[in-house]
Design a protein around this ligand. Sequence first.
Ligand SMILES: [Zn+2]
Ligand SMILES: [Zn+2]
Ligand SMILES: [Zn+2]
Length: 158
Amino acid sequence: MPCSNHTQCAPTALAHAEAVCLARGARLTAIRRAVLAEIWADHEATKAYELISRLSREGNPIKPPTIYRALDFLLAHGLIHRIESLNAFVGCSHPDAPHQAIMLICDQCGIIHEQSSEDLNALLGGIAHRQQFTTCQQSIELHGLCFDCQGSAPQSSV
Ligand SMILES: [Zn+2]
Ligand SMILES: [Zn+2]
Ligand SMILES: [Zn+2]
């Protein structure tokens, strides 16, 4: 499990995001905060259309560009990561410093565990360098089963 107490981890992440934005002079507007809070509702990947439907209110639908602009802001500040293989987003709990994330994605329960490895980054940097290749975007996503799901039979009913 990425966290043992999500009732604490989500508010901590949001407070952390506010502090990071404040320090950078960036504005975490109401809609940006709402999108971030919705993404932090769990440790699973959240798709843009889910955000649109969850944040829309009766008689007050949220327009997709509003959500996409908020996602762009959150991505630019490292507050969330894009999961390329799922075309979805997950919150980052350490947005202070730029980092390359390694995403361990459980295909059964959907939980995503973020890791990073300086060794792997150096290795990839070396491979690109040997080809005189400049990397603009790096995404490492591993699909499989998390520790909890390995013990349960695949697709078992709960
Ligand atoms: Zn949590
Ligand atoms: Zn991260
Ligand atoms: Zn799992």
